[in-house]
Design a protein around this ligand. Sequence first.
Ligand code: MTE
Length: 365
Amino acid sequence: AAAPFILKPTPPAYFTDFGTNAEMLWSSVDPKAYLTPQSRLFVRNHTRTPQITRAGYALRVYGDGLATSRAEGEALSLTLDDLQRLPHHEHTAVLECTGNGRRLFKDQQGQTVSGTAWTLGAVGTVRWTGVRLRDVLASIGLAPDAVSIEAAGLDDPFVSGGTDYGRVRRPFPVSKALDDAVLAWGMNGEDLLPDHGYPLRLVLPGWVGIASIKWLGSLEVSRSALTSPWNTTFYRMTGPEWPVDSPPLTVNPVRSAWELARDAVLPSRPVTLTGRSWSGAGRISRVSVSLDGGTSWRPAVLDRRSRQDEGWTRWSVRWGNPRPGHHEILARATDERGRTQPLEAVFNTQGYFFDAVVRHPVRVV
Ligand code: MTE
């Protein structure tokens, strides 16, 4: 059945600059729940949520990277029924916007950047249900020298500053498609909500959110590297210190958040604080926390058993003697590749990858 159209009934928070964007509030996270409920997951739209029915939906696949080359006008058309005949696949992963934490460039580093001013809520961990893209490509037939696939959404073309950039679309290497890419129709055991890509979206686990194209309309498979504004103009590092040909951003960095509002009020008695850390490149191996503004550090207790596939890692720390007053609490994670959150994020004009240790203000009364 077609899911009800458009915005979530209980948006956690809203602001619009362009498109429609909603951020998850960390204070709304249920410490006992590993997965982010679909209705609380952030929404990041370049334009707006399109209304698509299952019956009216088909995925078009074309390009010279298919075993039998097909022009766009002769695209193969796959319905959801066609796709659902392939083996079903479940995968739990973090979904995170490249610009998560962008507001902190200003708040914490005094730097002005452009883009949606997320705090830290443009992230969640969900369980996807769908088919592996490699199974879809195997069933169609892939040319041995195919290198690039461009996924395009069915939402309206993106127009900004007088420029029409066309449909939201982004290419990615065939190697990622053959590794862990999923074409997903479900999230946490439910049909996708319209805002999250109903009826089908691409999921590239561990990669920047823009790579997971919603309302997936087409896949162009090519023998040459494809480009779109979403990997040339946007979603790459730009600014005085960056080369003009800096590569498109792919793997997400390491980040951490407390399950607390900024400026949360805590009682002056022993309390257990919880949070989550995640990385686009593997498991979290260590989290250090500071309850005194960064003067002293201690290890957080990791809940390694609850870690699923490429989801986040939960952790906790006991605060034995919170004294009345204002405090800054900090969490700093390291992933199994040895990547540790820096103390300062690298400036770039579009405010991507704010991965610095966040100085989280709280008040004890
Ligand atoms: N896909 C389409 N077609 N249009 C979009 O605007 N936004 C991208 C990506 N896929 C987008 C899209 C961005 S920037 C992010 S972070 C994720 O979708 C957000 O997914 P969500 O809204 O389900 O959380």
